[in-house]
Write a protein that binds this ligand. Structure first.
Ligand code: TXA
Ligand code: MG
Length: 350
């Protein structure tokens, strides 16, 4: 039966009582979507099996894909993990609150449904004040995957959550646009050297500065369901809009040229074509079917605009979305390429 999803529009989480109402829903075993600095999450009490079940149900998420547990202090991790390894402490000290998720050995108190049956648990302390207040007021660690239907691009605004999950969850805290736009970096510290399972704003180099060598344990491909991968989410994550996505990668001028050819081709074939394109090239494609990825040497702008743009163009009823892959791949750019390559049905290198 469809739920009557409450929407709390909150300007200041410290001054508005509605955040208390949202926290009460969590305490009573409900599901509440809320903003974090990365993307919106769909939260429930991580230690309440029934509440966590409702997250999987609402998203249509495969049961073996574990959830990230969100806390508001390092101390609250002690209830969730057997021990906090030295390297994890160094990382928490440096990057929390912030977009870094740390995988550690779980305590029995964390239910199987939350960890997808793994003996580890992924934990993060978000930086967003709405998220922190919701955790603090509910007094619970919050299991929260991105608040999208499984397989869809992650939501960067409350409107995206409404469009995917309205009627399926108890409430949405609308705290405006997120600031980063791409999910957190996930690092596993149960192995030596620690392994990055998902790239994000905090890069390998940022991490190595504090804990020495780490290895990369992800790739940019979509895996088959039967494959075993270290971070189960990475085999399911397609970040796919409904349209066919074509990524054109390479040096800026060549990419712009190739995109022009593709647009001409698709126009002749009557395919409704949308462009997710760098600021430098957008002037050559003036239309409401072009969405800016930002400046090509500012990958943090591409991070903020990628999911937003995919959803915007999808909403315009495009058949094809062409993505300009000429932005910088350093820093968060690497994570943007990871997501867009997984979303792409075809990658053209020029
Ligand atoms: O930025 C983020 O991380 C957002 C916000 C809401 O915090 N959350 C998010 O959650 O992206 P989700 O569920 O969409 O992605 C979680 C990723 C998945 O790839 C999952 O497989 C991995 O983290 N993960 C969770 N627990 C794990 C564990 N114990 N071991 C390995 N990977 C794990
Ligand atoms: Mg997700």
């Amino acid at each position: 039966m469809a739920k009557n999803t409450k929407i709390f529009c909150i300007e200041n989480p410290f001054l508005d009582d509605q955040i208390l109402e949202a926290a009460n829903i969590i305490r009573n075993g409900g599901t509440v979507a809320f903003p974090t600095e990365t993307v919106y999450g769909l939260g429930a009490d991580a230690l309440n099996k029934n509440a966590v079940f409702h997250i999987f149900e609402a998203k249509g998420r495969p049961a073996d894909n574990p959830l990230i547990v969100h806390v508001d202090s390092i101390k609250s991790c002690l209830k969730l993990v057997k021990n906090i390894p030295e390297k994890a402490l160094l990382l928490m000290d440096e990057f929390w609150p912030g977009p870094l998720t740390i995988v550690m050995e779980r305590k029995e108190s964390v239910p199987d449904i939350t960890t997808g049956g793994l003996d580890t648990v992924a934990i993060r302390m978000p930086e967003n004040s709405f998220a922190l207040e919701l955790i603090r007021l509910s007094g619970k660690p919050l299991a929260a995957p991105s608040a999208n239907l499984s397989g869809r691009p992650s939501p960067t605004s409350a409107e995206h959550v409404i469009s995917d999950l309205s009627g399926k969850i108890d409430a949405i805290v609308d705290g405006g646009q997120v600031s980063i736009g791409l999910e957190s970096t996930v690092i596993d510290v149960t192995c030596d050297p620690p392994a990055i399972l998902r790239p994000g704003k905090i890069s390998k180099e940022d991490i190595e500065e504090h804990v020495g060598e780490v290895k990369i344990a992800y790739d940019d491909k979509v895996h088959h369901e039967s494959e075993t991968v270290r971070s189960p989410g990475m085999k399911y994550t397609h970040y796919s809009p409904d349209s066919t996505v074509i990524l054109v990668e390479g040096e800026h001028e060549k990419v712009a040229c190739r995109i022009k050819e593709l647009v001409n081709d698709f126009t002749l074939r009557n395919a409704k074509t949308g462009l997710l394109i760098t600021e430098e090239a957008i002037k050559d494609f003036p239309s409401d079917m072009s969405f800016s990825l930002g400046k090509k040497d500012k990958p943090e702008q591409a991070a903020k605009n990628l999911f937003l743009g995919l959803r915007y163009l999808d909403g315009k009823g495009t058949d094809i979305i062409i993505v300009d892959g000429s932005f910088d791949s350093n820093g968060i750019g690497m994570a943007v390429f990871n997501r867009v390559r997984k979303a792409a049905d075809m990658i053209i290198k020029v």
